[in-house]
Write a protein that binds this ligand. Structure first.
Ligand code: SAH
Length: 214
């Protein structure tokens, strides 16, 4: 028998993600595997866990709308085994999706309480797949793990942090919302010392906060 969460998850994948043009089956399969209800606050109704919107997770932060996560992961163009740096762990939902796509994940978050919850949920949901969780300021990325085939940022800085550009592998892709207020979602592909920037769409993310508040 298919349980209610699985049905809602399948509906989310078809109506919110595939119907909007994201058809990479590896990505869709990853979304089919991750129980989103494990990443929202306890007591959240199942229908809301799979709703087409972001939800609050505490500390003024949110778990992103499923489609936004799908879009950002899709823009990364990851292959299995790629090392990915995620800035803004939040609930850990996107971390789990990246792991299910076969990525090696380093994830950075400023709020220590969010990190411990996220780590617990990811361990439970992706047994045998380890991400590296760090409490740090994402503006600086994480140099020791570089170069990264992809860097995905889930909160918006006013400008693209130089540290993130320098930690990209040649041919790697940075996916990031940039700006104050209404922001631009952009992708930046590194080719040697050249960085090709492409505008994707206008978006609204929480700001990337400047200092360590853990
Ligand atoms: N993909 C996550 C999105 C979380 S929202 C999810 O779906 O759950 C963005 C996250 O970025 C928040 O958890 C916020 O605390 C974190 N954040 C904000 N400023 C940061 C910074 N300077 N460094 C690292 N993380 C930061």
């Amino acid at each position: 028998m298919v349980d209610r969460a699985s049905k809602l998850r399948e509906r989310m994948v078809s109506w919110q993600i595939a119907a909007r043009g994201i058809l990479d089956h590896r990505l869709l399969d990853a979304f089919r595997k991750v129980p989103r209800e494990r990443f929202v606050p306890e007591g959240t109704p199942l229908s809301a866990a799979y709703g087409d919107y972001p939800l609050p997770i505490g500390h003024g932060q949110t778990i992103s709308q499923p489609f936004i996560v799908a879009q950002m992961v899709d823009l990364l163009e990851i292959d299995s085994g790629d090392r990915i740096l995620e800035i803004g762990t939040g609930s850990g939902y996107q971390t789990a999706v990246l792991l299910e796509m076969g990525a090696e994940v380093v994830t950075v978050e400023v709020y220590v309480e969010l990190v411990s919850k996220a780590r617990r949920a990811v361990r439970e949901v992706c047994p045998g797949k380890e991400a590296m969780f760090l409490v740090a300021d994402g503006f600086s990325g994480w140099e020791p793990g570089s170069p990264y085939k992809g860097i995905v940022v889930s909160a918006a800085p006013p400008e693209v942090p130089g540290a993130l550009l320098s930690q990209l592998a040649d041919g790697g892709n940075l996916v990031i919302p940039v700006g104050r207020g209404i922001q631009e979602l952009v992708t930046i592909r590194r080719r040697g010392e050249q960085y090709d920037r492409r505008f994707v769409e206008s978006v609204r993310f929480v700001p990337l906060v400047k200092k360590d508040r853990s």
